[in-house]
Design a protein around this ligand. Sequence first.
Ligand SMILES: [Zn+2]
Length: 129
Amino acid sequence: MKASPQGSRIDDEFQTKGAPMLTLHCPYCGTDADETDLHAGGQAHLKRYGPGSSDDQFEDYMFMRENPKGVHFERWRHVYGCGKWFLAARCTATLEVFGTYPAQTTEPPPDLRAKISAKRPGWTWGDFA
Ligand SMILES: [Zn+2]
């Protein structure tokens, strides 16, 4: 096994425990699902534009995505469980999960945003904070 030149703590954890597993709570069936039971669906809360929208708006909808190191809102499907889509707020750097909520929710719930603000003061994501 190749040793890391810096001997980072993460490398040490990977060697002794394996890669960390993301676990998300499915808001529909109520189970805590490991990432092997889930399928990632990309960024949540995309703003869709209808007929008559500009080329720039359509380009934003099709191609432009948030890619933060920190708080992120994502779509996930409990593919090897109830099969339903839901949304999750998590930190991309630490895998800390702030919460999950139904996919029909048009913006992050206020109580979830307050929870994130308590842990990550000053965070922003798209139009939300
Ligand atoms: Zn489920």
